[in-house]
Design a binder for this molecule. Structure first.
Ligand SMILES: Nc1ncnc2c1ncn2[C@@H]1O[C@H](COP(=O)(O)OP(=O)(O)OP(=O)(O)O)[C@@H](O)[C@H]1O
Ligand SMILES: [Mg+2]
Length: 474
C-alpha cells in the first residue's frame, strides 16, 4: 500500500514536542525531493564529504521544505520564542538531511523570516518595529519604500514574489475578519496596534499587490512636542489652544500625510473633560483622552453591495446622541453638509480635517462637497452656511525639508456679495535654508479684530489672543 507511510504515526523529531506547529510528516524517505531538486551541481559530481554550499537556491529550498513540514494553524497558536526555537531545529535537521551548509547567522535569519511569515507580516515586521518609520509603502514584491523623518526612501526589503505579498495581505485582512480577493480587491483595515492599512490587489494594481501602512505613532505628539519639532511656535500653539477652549469650529486642512490627524489629536486634548464628544471616522485614528467619548466608524458595503454605513449616516446619527462636540476624522463627501448643520446648530467646537492645499482651497472643497450631496442648492446659500459654521481653517504642510508645519491660520470673516472674505491670522514665510537643508522662516500675524471677538470676550480670552498674536511676530 503506497499510502501507508503517510498515515503512519511518525515519531516527531526527538527535539520537538508534539503540539508545536509541525505537520504530521511522512517519513523522510517519502519526502525525497524530485529528481531535479537534488540534481544540484554537487549531486552527480564527487561531492565534498561535508555539504553543499549555501546558495540562494539552497536557502529557498530549505525554506520551502520547512514550510511544507509546518502546520500554519498550529504554528499561529505557538508563542514566537518557542516557534523560533523549533523552526531553528527544523532548519538544522533539514540542512543536515539535505547536506546544505548553513552558518548560525543564516540559520537564525531564516528562522526569523519564517516566524515573521507565520506569525506576523513577514518582511514588514522589522519596518513595523522601527519607530523612526511613519509610513510603509509596498508597491509589489521588489519595491518597498518608507517615510522616515518626513522623507521617502527605498529600503532593501524584498518579498519572494507577488504571492508572498498577497499572502501577507490576506493575513492582514483576515485578522479583522475581512477578505481581500478578486471580488473585493481594495480594502481599508487597521492592524492590531491601530496602524491604518490600505490594500489594492492586481489586476487593479499593475505591478503586484500594494500595501500602504500609516503606522500608529506610539509617541504622542501634543502641542509641546509640535513646538519642539518646529511644526509651530509657542504663540501659535497658544492661539490654537484658545480656539479650542472657546469652542471655535475649526477645520484642519492639508495635503496627504501632512499631519492633519496628528494636529487634530493635539487640539482635541484641550477639550474639557466634562464634555460629551462623538467622533465619526472612516478608520478610527483619533486618540481622545477625555473620559466621555463615543467613537463611531463607517462600514463598507458587504460583498452583495448591501449594508454600507457612510460618514453622512453617522454624522446624522451623532446629532441625535446629545453630543457637546462632534469630531469628524476627515470630511470627504456629502457629510460636509451635515457637518455644517451641526456646527450651525449649537455643536460649537467641532473639529474636522479636509484634504486641500490652501485654506481658500479648503473652502471651495467644502462647497463642492455640499453641492454634490445637495444638487440645486445655490452657491450663495452654501457659502452663507459655511460662513456661519466655520470659524478657523488651519493649514498644515509637509515642506520640502521634510518638516510638517502649520503654514496658515485663516479666519472666515463673512460674506461680501457672493465672496467669502477671509483673513490670515498667521502666515508662515520661508526666509531661507540652513546648511543642513532645514527651512527657517517666521510667522506674519494679523492684528485685525476677529469676527469671533465676542466669544473670546465671553470666555475671557480676548487679551490672551492679542498677546499671542503680538508675541508671534517677535
Ligand atoms: N508635526 C509633525 N512632526 C513630525 N511627524 C508628524 C507630524 N505630524 C504628523 N506626523 C507624522 O506624520 C505621519 C502622517 O500624519 P497624519 O496621519 O497626522 O497625517 P494626515 O494629514 O492626517 O494624513 P492622511 O492624509 O493620510 O490622513 C504620521 O506618521 C505622524 O506621526
Ligand atoms: Mg488623516
Amino acid at each position: 500500500m503506497s499510502e501507508a507511510p503517510f498515515e503512519a504515526e511518525l515519531p516527531v523529531s526527538p527535539h520537538s514536542a508534539a503540539s508545536f506547529g509541525r505537520r504530521r510528516q511522512p517519513a523522510i524517505a517519502e519526502q525525497a525531493p524530485d529528481e531535479h531538486e537534488l540534481a544540484a551541481p554537487a549531486a552527480g559530481a564527487p561531492s565534498p564529504p561535508g555539504a553543499r554550499p549555501t546558495s540562494l537556491d539552497a536557502i529557498a529550498e530549505l525554506r520551502r521544505l520547512c514550510l511544507s513540514r509546518l502546520d500554519p494553524v498550529a504554528a499561529a497558536a505557538t508563542r514566537a520564542e518557542r516557534l523560533t526555537l523549533e523552526i531553528e531545529r527544523l532548519i538544522a535537521e533539514i540542512a543536515t538531511e539535505r547536506r546544505i551548509q548553513l552558518n548560525g547567522r543564516e540559520q537564525r535569519q531564516l528562522a526569523g523570516e519564517l516566524v515573521d511569515d507565520m506569525l506576523g507580516l513577514g518582511p514588514l515586521e522589522p519596518l513595523l518595529a522601527d519607530d523612526s518609520i511613519n509610513d510603509i509603502m509596498v508597491n509589489g514584491p521588489g519595491s518597498v519604500f518608507v517615510e522616515r523623518a518626513g522623507r521617502l526612501e527605498r529600503v532593501p526589503v524584498r518579498f519572494r514574489d507577488s504571492q508572498h505579498v498577497a499572502n501577507i495581505c490576506q493575513r492582514i485582512a483576515a485578522a479583522v475578519g475581512r477578505r481581500v480577493d478578486e471580488s473585493s480587491p481594495m480594502v481599508d483595515v487597521r492592524l492590531k496596534d491601530g496602524s491604518r492599512v490600505n490594500i489594492v490587489l492586481p489586476p487593479l494594481a499593475l505591478d503586484g499587490p500594494c500595501i500602504s501602512i500609516r503606522k500608529f505613532a506610539r509617541r504622542v505628539i501634543d502641542f509641546a512636542r509640535l513646538i519642539e519639532i518646529g511644526s509651530l511656535t509657542a504663540p501659535l500653539a497658544r492661539a490654537l489652544e484658545i480656539a479650542a477652549r472657546c469652542r471655535l469650529n475649526v477645520i484642519i486642512s492639508g495635503g496627504t500625510g501632512s499631519g492633519k490627524t496628528t494636529l487634530m489629536n493635539a487640539m482635541s486634548r484641550l477639550i474639557d473633560s466634562s464634555e460629551r464628544i462623538v467622533t465619526v471616522e472612516d478608520a478610527a485614528e483619533l486618540q481622545l483622552q477625555q473620559p466621555h467619548v463615543v467613537r463611531l466608524e463607517t462600514r463598507p458595503a458587504s460583498l452583495e453591495g448591501r449594508g454600507e454605513i457612510t460618514q453622512r449616516d453617522l454624522v446624522r446619527n451623532a446629532l441625535r446622541m446629545r453630543p457637546d462636540r462632534i469630531i469628524i476624522g476627515e470630511v470627504r463627501a456629502a457629510e460636509a453638509f451635515d457637518m455644517l448643520q451641526a456646527m450651525n446648530t449649537g455643536h460649537d467646537g467641532s473639529l474636522s480635517t479636509i484634504h486641500a492645499n490652501t485654506t481658500r482651497d479648503a473652502l471651495t472643497r467644502i462647497e463642492n462637497m455640499v453641492q454634490m450631496g445637495n444638487m440645486g442648492l445655490p452657491a450663495k446659500a452654501i457659502r452663507t452656511q459655511i460662513v456661519g459654521a466655520v470659524d478657523l481653517i488651519v493649514q498644515v504642510e509637509r515642506q520640502r525639508d521634510g518638516v510638517r508645519r502649520v503654514t496658515q491660520v485663516t479666519e472666515i470673516c463673512g460674506l461680501e456679495g457672493e465672496i467669502v472674505t477671509m483673513n490670515d491670522f498667521f502666515l508662515f514665510e520661508v526666509q531661507g535654508e540652513t546648511m543642513g537643508g532645514r527651512l527657517f522662516g517666521r510667522y506674519r500675524a494679523s492684528r485685525i479684530r476677529p469676527s469671533f471677538h465676542q466669544r473670546l470676550a465671553y470666555f475671557g480670552l480676548e487679551r490672551a489672543w492679542l498677546a499671542a498674536l503680538e508675541e508671534a511676530e517677535r
